[in-house]
Design a protein around this ligand. Structure first.
Ligand code: ASP
Length: 434
């Protein structure tokens, strides 16, 4: 073992012991630990470079644990939430408010993305000749996607983790339990108690978040070539600035001016979910954490949180939308295409549909570019070149957009909660506990 390796392993051991010590003290709340892990992870990645590959498995372990929770948490909390609502009709009002808010925030996100792309021109001066092209997968047809939300076999939907299909089945099953009256009560009680138990499992898993977040972020920072980042630096900066602007203006504004609640509390309450989203780049995998944060730190009742959040994790992708907007403008600049007003409108419409159709998994939207770029006259070959260009840095862009995606779900859950009278403001105003 070389001296460098010994230093590396001592440093990693030191970080893990430090995180453990912070946790054992109990005085340090989880979000502070997770945030510290994130910062230390970035620093460790830059110092040790490729060597951090050796601890990536810690991050993978954590991701597997939270992904394990996704299906049982959605199913049990959604059915339990529906039962606690008492009146299944209320679900219509919650659902429609959520969908309208999701659409409105996504529209603003695209405008921010397009605007920054036009003003800062990240695509000017980029040479594409040296980039190898990547295979671009065609997206599923809209009709098929729409039909796909009805599971032909609910057990298969659960087994495959098909979120929209699980939502549909859980809602129908919950409605069935309500309609069954007294006879449905035992199964209703069992699922409600299972939901409680699942949230406790989520707490156990979240105790591992600092270690997982550290390992994942160190891995990204250590293995991402600085050269590729520098080449596309303007694009990276624009996407990050757009993400911060969107979160602060739209979500902060919504909470502060529309709901008249302290927006700092909102961001503080979801910081664990944001850190997990940032490090995993998957809003579906983050869902169990988002649910726990929104219910326990922000006081949104399970009836709202458990229906609005899983829906948001699949259809609401503001970060993705603003990213796609920036990349569309970027691509037009790379190929010297002048965009007219109608082109921007076309981009906005396609991006909205694409962001709904994007799965909440890493790099999902990168491959959707094949559905967006053709609307402004970019050919399939050119699209493949753009995908090849962005691919090496996609992870750091994905981390930022996923964080916004998850924050947007939480902001809408709080807003719908407040509008429906299902928000415990005392909890919201209190200091975060998990
Ligand atoms: N990774 C993103 C998410 O899970 C989706 C995307 O690729 O934009 O939210």
């Amino acid at each position: 073992m070389s001296v460098m390796q010994i230093v590396y392993w001592l440093a990693i051991l030191g970080v893990f012991s430090f995180l453990y010590w912070l946790g054992a003290k109990r005085a340090v709340t989880l979000w502070v630990r997770v945030l510290s892990a994130l910062v230390v992870g970035i620093v460790a990645g830059f110092i040790f470079g490729d060597a951090v590959e050796t601890i990536k498995w810690v991050g993978d372990l954590f991701v597997r644990l939270i992904r394990m929770l996704v299906v049982p948490i959605i199913f049990t909390t959604l059915v339990a939430g529906l039962l606690s609502m008492g009146d299944p009709k209320k679900l219509g009002s919650i659902g429609s408010k959520a969908v309208i808010l999701y659409m409105m925030t996504t529209a603003v996100a695209i405008c921010i993305g397009l605007f920054l792309g036009v003003v800062f021109q990240p695509g000017i001066g980029i040479e594409l000749a040296a980039v190898s092209s990547q295979g671009v997968q065609p997206a599923a047809a809209v009709v098929d996607r729409f039909l796909g939300i009805i599971p032909t076999n609910p057990v298969a939907a659960l087994a495959e983790g098909d979120v929209l299909a699980i939502i549909v089945f859980s809602l129908l099953f919950g409605t069935g339990i309500v309609l069954a009256g007294d006879k449905g009560r035992p199964v209703g009680d069992a699922i409600t108690s299972a939901a409680e138990a699942m949230l406790k499992v989520a707490h156990i898993v979240m105790e591992l978040a600092p270690y997982g977040v550290f390992a994942l972020v160190a891995w990204v920072a250590g293995t991402m070539g600085t050269e590729t980042i520098l080449k596309l630096l303007t694009l990276v900066i624009i996407v990050y600035v757009a993400c911060v602007l969107h979160a602060v203006l739209v979500y902060g504004g919504l909470i502060k001016f529309f709901l008249k609640l302290p927006s700092v509390r909102f961001f503080r309450g979801i910081i664990d979910a944001q850190a997990v989203a940032y490090s995993t780049a998957s809003s579906s995998a983050t869902l169990p954490v988002t649910l726990t944060c929104v219910e326990e730190n922000l006081g949104v009742k399970p009836s709202v949180a458990s229906s609005v959040l899983p829906l948001g994790a699949t259809i609401n992708m503001d970060g993705t939308a603003l990213y796609l907007g920036v990349v569309a403008v970027f691509s037009a600049q790379v190929f010297g295409i002048d965009l007219a007003m109608t082109d921007y409108v076309m981009i906005a419409v396609t991006v909205t549909l694409a962001s709904i159709g994007t799965a909440g998994v890493p790099s999902a939207s990168l491959f959707l570019l094949s559905t967006i770029l053709p609307v402004i006259g970019i050919s399939v070959e050119q699209t493949a070149l753009i995908v090849g260009l962005i691919l090496p840095i996609d992870r750091i862009l994905d981390m930022a957009r996923t964080t916004v995606n998850v924050s947007g779900d939480a902001a809408v859950a709080v807003t719908v909660g407040k509008l429906e009278g299902e928000l415990d403001e005392e909890t919201f105003r209190k200091v975060a506990t998990v």
